[in-house]
Design a protein around this ligand. Structure first.
Ligand code: SAM
Length: 287
């Protein structure tokens, strides 16, 4: 008997027309659709005249329903998995099933389409060449600030999802940790009637949302640009610490030469800094 296929099908994130021909064809031809929430997906399926049977498949029943789906796939059936919006698995259920399919040598076929993170990145005006998707930030202030602390020196754009009732708190914590000037963008209600794209320093985005309650409604993608590159002659804290230790033990020129050799930084830059350190009260440097 031939094994079945699991299709991972992306569906619209707001605009019913944002679905590919191939996705519609696939949803029509499969034996079964596994949906995150059958009630939520019904309008979409009705709109495209899709009459394929649908069963619920979400986080709470991933194991039970997953087992049934795997059995059907092994019997040769074709199943399409969809989530409430966008691409399954992307902060949506489906990963366990996909992984188990690979473990059992069952074929998994992606049917690509919308995802809020790429939709936002494509239009937000922040650098798209390198990015990381970090999902939803933690819900409590302490954990969220720690989360931003870890991202403080990120050298890539960071993409986050956020709910309307937490967007102001998340912006406030981002400002506290990353500073008001950090370049950022917000994609709100993407592909929907009230779609908004805002781009600017974090503080400006916060002000825009503060001024208009409507701007705080709906679904959000927050994009935070990479940390600005430090000036070429900036001495990283660990190099400065090493220089200080060497200066306490060695003559200034020797300390600078060694620090330059170890860190790979310019000897002149370190020398200038060593002279400044020398000027600081309570510090004695041997010349
Ligand atoms: N699987 C989806 C995807 O591929 O983007 C994401 C599902 S996740 C449970 C839902 C979150 O995605 C929302 O809280 C919001 O942060 C973001 N999102 C989904 N649709 C959006 C839209 N139209 N505009 C802005 N953000 C959206």
């Amino acid at each position: 008997m031939q094994n079945g296929i699991l299709y991972v099908v992306s569906t619209p994130i707001g605009h019913l027309a944002d679905i590919t021909y191939r996705a519609v064809e696939t949803l029509q031809k499969v034996d079964l659709i596994a949906a995150e929430d059958t009630r939520h997906s019904r309008p979409l399926l009705q709109h495209y005249g899709i009459t394929t049977p649908v069963i619920a498949y979400h986080d709470h029943n991933e194991e039970g329903a997953g087992y049934q789906l795997l059995r059907r796939l092994e019997e040769g059936q074709q199943i399409a998995m969809i989530s409430d919006a966008g691409t399954p698995l992307i902060r949506d259920p489906g990963f366990q099933l996909v992984r188990e399919c690979h473990r059992r040598n069952l074929r998994v076929v992606p049917i690509p389409g919308p995802s809020a993170l790429l939709c936002a990145l494509a239009a937000a005006g922040v650098a798209p060449d390198r990015f990381s998707f970090e999902g939803f930030p933690p819900r409590t202030r302490n954990a969220r600030q720690e989360f931003f602390r870890e991202l403080r020196h990120a050298s890539q754009t960071v993409i986050l999802y956020e709910a309307s009732h937490r967007i102001m708190a998340t912006l406030a914590d981002a400002i506290t940790i990353l500073g008001p000037e950090r370049e950022a963008a917000i994609g709100r209600e993407l592909t929907k009637r009230h779609e908004t794209l805002l781009h600017g320093p974090l503080e400006q985005l916060q002000e825009s949302l503060r001024q208009s309650p409507n701007q705080r409604k709906g679904e959000f993608v927050l994009l935070i640009a990479a940390a600005p590159a430090p000036p070429a002659d900036a001495i990283p804290p660990d190099t400065e610490q090493m220089l200080t230790l060497l200066l306490a033990e060695l003559p200034l020129k020797r300390a600078c030469a060694l620090a330059a050799q170890i860190s790979g930084m310019s000897k002149n830059v370190l020398y200038r800094r060593a002279l400044e350190l020398n000027e600081e009260p309570d510090r004695e440097v041997s010349i």
